[in-house]
Design a protein around this ligand. Sequence first.
Ligand code: SF4
Length: 332
Amino acid sequence: MPTGRSEFIYELQVCRWAELAWPPDGETPAHLVARQLGTKRRRWDTVVVEVDPDKLAARQPFGDRELDSDLLHIVRHAPTDWAFYRDALPHPGYPWRYVREAIHRADDRGIVHTRRNGNRIEIKRIAPYPDWVDRLIAVENKPDLDASAARQLADQLQHDVDTALADEVWVATAKTGQRVEPALLESLPVEAGILTTEFDGGVDAEAAAVEWYPTRLSATGSDDSNSNADQHSRRLELAERAYGRGWRNYDRTMRPDCRFFELRGNGRALLPWCAAKECHQSSTVCGSSCGEFQPEPPAWRTRGWPIEGGPGKGIKGLLADRAERENRPGRN
Ligand code: SF4
């Protein structure tokens, strides 16, 4: 089955491989995988979060949805006993009224206790929020790593190395039958690892090998405790997004409600397939501007075929179930 070299499909394959087999050698730690996460300045294709399973289990009381930076500020600092929120929380660096709004959101989600004491809002934690992230790994996916792709990547990777927000950065590229050209390797920062993948026979645990090992980046190298704390918070925010979103949420930007949208097996991966175009379609073409889009016939929805609720709904359900199973290590 052709998969082509669409970067989008390649990204899904790398995500699935990482889910099955991270790291490329050695013991597989508990981990979760997400895609297209980053900061304002930099977005990574694939993110692997290695976790402490016991601490991740201790995060469960805070629910399956991600906690944004405002909510994290509250749950990380909420006191064990009732206290006025301004006494309990460190100054957030922005007006307190935003903290008050976030406390209401946190209360609605059941992740902090609140009560009124006169006109003061008091808070108390529901449980300690655990420090569940061990390591963050960023992977840049370039199926065709030629000289110009390497040059484009070099600056981005150098930025990753300099900021050390991730513990390791990697480039994943498709195996060509030859070793990656030394000249290409030379144009990339020496700290970045190179992974070669072979997905032609489908995605499985053996479908990637290390071409070049990365250097472990130091996320705590600074002596400045404020900037270390800031770095720690940003890593936690990224990990929270990975936890909440995983990598299968592409159904939100594609058209699983189209009659031609299918999921097809590619080894141990399930990839989007367009029965009209007869290829693994990218998320760019499978959108509202696709000229071949046809809504799934209403009869598919009513007769419960092939999955109750119609294929579009079934596909979304299937992706959500897989995400739930794979992105909650240790729960199943
Ligand atoms: S026809 Fe267009 S909208 Fe429908 S599945 Fe194919 S690419 Fe997506």
